[in-house]
Write a protein that binds this ligand. Sequence first.
Ligand code: PBG
Length: 327
Amino acid sequence: MTGFPGVRPRRLRALPALRDMVAETSVEARRLILPVFVGEGFTEPRPIASMPGVVQHTLDSLKRTAAEAAGAGLAGVMVFGLPETKDATGSQALAEDGVLTTALREVRAEVGDDCLVMSDVCLDEFTDHGHCGVLTESGVVDNDATLELYGEMAVLHAEAGAHVVGPSGMMDGQVGVIRSALDRAGHHDTVILAYAAKYASAFYGPFREAVNSSLQGDRRTYQQDNRNLRDALREIRLDVEEGADIIMVKPALAYLDVIAAARAICDVPIAAYNISGEYAMVEAAAANGWIDRDGAIDETLTSIRRAGADSILTYWALEYARRGATR
Ligand code: PBG
């Protein structure tokens, strides 16, 4: 049988049961991670205008959401902290009672090991200039001085109960420095989820509102140039050599080729971050009645899995885990 009419690909598409039987890709709750924002100095969750449905949590609402995430079978929550005061060195990032450290401790106490507690190891939410590290006198992000702070921050998070730390600052050597700092402190089992291939992106826009960022300038001296794929593979190889347990590609949708190429060269699990701007685009189009919202969400998450990601950070994680695919 070499072709039509004996061969008819449509035969396997005729019924939902046939389509389900041969589907190559699935998006299960256990693969999804919910990014969450927690602030201080307010008592009710605050909506984020550019991310309808996403809020800046209070400690209480965060704990409730983490418990819901555990109940819905999500892999975990990735916690971002929004300090009330920011300064040039992001000193609140290293405060024992800082907003992020406190949240990690309380969320871990709430969910135990039922859902993974993950932390963002980066200074941008804590610095008044909004960069991911400390600056030199000439205003450039100082790679090596920043590394020391990342190492301390990761240990603080592990001590507070984080199962997984996620360095997202794109400093050279960050994974190695964090691995040794964790090991020296006895945290051999703390997992490093490394943002290995992280591109400078216009799609981070809504996140800046979410974390009250006052970024001066841009991040092009440390995040990757979107014209490059080989540079991403180089970053991934380096992070794996330095001890990354899982590598991440970010953003996801404009970088599905990077996820697929990463899948082909590496044997550690791959995560992808379906970021704020990707969320906002679908929500805005759906709010205007221009797109089928649930279908677009299914298609988005499926495409990221099909490209080769094992797990996905997405603001739709909880909703998706509850309703499942709608096809
Ligand atoms: C940096 C960080 C950013 C995001 C996650 N971690 C912002 C940036 O690098 O500019 C963006 C996530 C999103 O847009 O959803 N700590």
